[in-house]
Each structure stands twice: as structure tokens, then as C-alpha cells.
Design a protein around this ligand. Structure first.
Ligand SMILES: [Zn+2]
Ligand SMILES: [Zn+2]
Length: 350
């Protein structure tokens, strides 16, 4: 089937604050690529950074959206692992496979990377999109399209928890009760953590903590977070702090409650530039600091966690939208201002 003359609807970013629904040419898969009829795409905080120009690697015009999946429509000549009709989710990181990190299996750190919907590769807020065959994972039948829109959100926390040394019965403090923070709470528990503290500023989000395994929920507006955690751990501090808020207040509070020799994992995005951090405890208490962006080979794990019911992906979805609603949602600040207790949105297609 030759679709090169056909068109489709897509949300195109034409530079800061310029986002519109357009009729564009249908993408044609190259020999190692697959054309997918889009079914769902998770809305990501980094879409907002592309929208307003903060994410400097994005160059317009660009179809945005990078947390999506759909049904295979057609495949390039060399594609063998998927075929028409398969339900798939696409990993958004496009890697070269040749550089030093790729050859070490660290393709998440590829030196020549592109990102669907963000860097040099069109994304998924469109009726169809193309993805390299090796970026696709088949979805089990028991994962709904809504849940599929959360797989990418789960991948980072899975990679993050894997990077830590958290062990059976240890203590963990998670800052930032967004979808990723909540997933971190549950994953820490799955890895054996004995007690998980969830810290945030909004009761509406903190209310999800219990469902995701948090044992203690603290609101920085009302509670003396550091004092509480230090007392509660008999003056020792927690084994691991996870910063999933992207806030320097959270970062400094976290550094203040890590035990001597403990670990700090940074997953929150600090896109606004340098922030003041109290370095002394890092040196004096010999803390280990790790960063996590996304985890290589973690899509199958995330898919399994949802399919087996070990992680509830559905509960964090606060809104679903149609593609034509997106330009207005961005323009009115619905998502950035978290109107109507917005937590996570998924764009669904017919
Ligand atoms: Zn994302
Ligand atoms: Zn590479």
C-alpha cells in the first residue's frame, strides 16, 4: 500500500508557543521502520518544555509527542519482528547502535541520539507515526491503550530503582508525588524496602501515596519533614532518597535526611539551570549521588509490571483527551498549571 500521497492530522510545533493541528503528509517507513496507527500517547512534562522553547535541542517544525503506541499498519522491507495488526508501544529514544555507549549496551547514553517528538524525529501526536523496528515492543492483550500511555513514565523509575542499592527492609524517602514519584514508592516496596516516606506539597497528589505503597506521607507546607524523618529513623536517616520533584528545596531537604554513607538518586528535571545545594553533607557523610534519565532495556520490565498487576498505571491518569484538544490545552496552561487537579493526561485515538 502506498500512502505517500495521503495526509493525516498531526499536532505540529512551529517554534515557542506555536502549536497547531495540521493536515500533513503521511510518513513513509524506511526499510527498518514501521508505520503505526496511533492509539494512545501519554502527555509528558517535557512536551511543555518543547512547547515554550526551554528544550533547546528541539528544532521546528516538529510533530511532538513521545509516549505512545498503536497498531502496526505497514512495515519496511527489512522488518521481521512485527507485522500488520500487532499492538505495539514505541520507545522514544532513537540510538545509533554504533557509538561506545551503545556498544556497551548503554544505548540510553548514545552520543548520536535522537528522540521521537523532541530531537530530529517526528513524534506521535498524529494519526500515524513511524518508529524503528528495534524501538517497538508488543503489548500483552491485558494492557489497555490508556495504560499503555503510562509505560514510558514507568520506565525511568524502573531504571532508577535498578541503579540504587536499596535492599530488603531499608528506608526510602521519595520527594515529588507525581506519577513517577508514586511509581518509585511502589517499586521501592517491590524491591524490598521496609518503609517508604513520600514528601510533597499538594495533598491532592499525596493522597495517592498509600495506594502506591508509601508508609508515611508528609506535606512540606504543614510537616517538619526533616525533623520527622530523622526522629522516625532514630537519628539515623534513610538509606535512599529519591528526588523526583525537580525542586532545589526538595533536593536540599533530601540531602538532610540521608544516613551516613547513604544514597541520593536524582530523577527530577532541573531544566531551569544551576540551583543552590548544600554540598557539605555530601562530603562529610560520604553520600553517593546517582542521576537517572531513562533505563535501557526497561520497556519489557515496565510492560510486565503493568501486565502482571504489580504496578497500577491507570490510577494516576487524571484526564484523557483527543488530539484536536492539544493546542488549546497547551495554550491555556491547563497542563502546566495543573488545572482540575491534573496529574497525567493520555491522548486517545479512535
Ligand atoms: Zn516523556
Ligand atoms: Zn549510539
Amino acid at each position: 500500500m502506498n500512502k505517500s500521497n495521503e495526509t493525516m492530522r498531526a499536532v505540529v510545533w512551529d517554534g515557542p508557543y506555536k502549536l497547531s493541528l495540521k493536515e500533513v503528509k503521511m510518513p513513509v517507513p524506511k526499510k527498518n521502520e514501521v508505520l503505526i496507527r496511533t492509539k494512545s500517547v501519554g502527555i509528558c512534562g517535557s512536551d511543555l518544555e518543547v512547547y515554550d522553547g526551554r528544550f533547546r535541542q528541539s528544532i521546528p517544525p516538529l510533530i511532538i509527542g513521545h509516549e505512545g503506541g498503536g497498531i502496526v499498519e505497514s512495515v519496511g522491507d527489512e522488518v521481521t519482528s512485527v507485522s500488520k495488526g500487532d499492538r505495539v508501544i514505541a520507545e522514544c529514544l532513537i540510538y545509533c547502535g554504533e557509538c561506545e555507549n551503545c556498544r556497551k549496551g548503554l544505548y540510553n547514553l548514545c552520543s548520536n541520539h535522537k528522540v521521537m517528538g523532541m530531537i530530529d524525529y517526528d513524534g506521535e501526536y498524529a494519526e500515524y507515526f513511524v518508529a524503528p523496528e528495534r524501538n517497538l515492543y508488543i503489548l500483552p492483550d491485558n494492557i489497555s491503550w490508556e495504560e499503555a500511555g503510562l509505560i514510558d513514565t514507568l520506565v525511568g523509575p524502573v531504571g532508577g530503582i535498578d541503579k540504587t542499592n536499596v535492599n530488603i527492609c531499608e528506608t526510602v524517602a521519595v520527594y515529588g508525588p507525581g506519577p513517577a514519584g508514586l511509581f518509585f514508592c511502589k517499586l521501592a516496596k517491590l524491591k524490598g524496602a521496609g518503609k517508604v516516606y513520600l514528601i510533597g506539597t499538594r495533598d491532592s497528589r499525596l493522597a495517592f501515596g498509600e495506594k502506591y505503597g508509601a508508609d508515611v506521607i508528609l506535606n512540606t507546607q504543614k510537616d517538619k519533614v526533616e525533623e520527622y524523618i530523622i526522629n522516625d529513623t532514630n537519628g539515623r536517616g534513610v538509606d535512599l532518597v529519591i528526588e523526583s520533584a525537580g525542586s532545589h528545596q526538595a533536593l536540599n531537604s533530601g540531602i538532610g535526611v540521608i544516613k551516613k554513607g547513604g544514597e541520593l538518586l536524582i530523577y527530577g528535571v532541573f531544566g531551569g539551570g544551576p540551583v543552590p545545594v548544600d554540598i557539605q553533607p555530601i562530603q562529610m557523610n560520604e553520600l553517593t549521588i546517582k542521576g537517572i534519565n531513562s533505563g535501557p532495556f526497561k520497556y519489557p520490565v515496565a510492560i510486565n509490571l503493568i501486565s502482571k498487576g504489580l504496578i497500577d498505571a491507570k490510577s494516576v491518569i487524571s484526564h484523557t483527551f483527543k488530539i484536536e484538544e492539544l493546542p488549546n490545552l497547551f495554550a491555556t496552561g491547563f497542563i502546566s498549571n495543573r488545572k482540575e487537579n491534573y496529574m497525567k493526561g493520555v491522548v486517545l485515538f479512535d
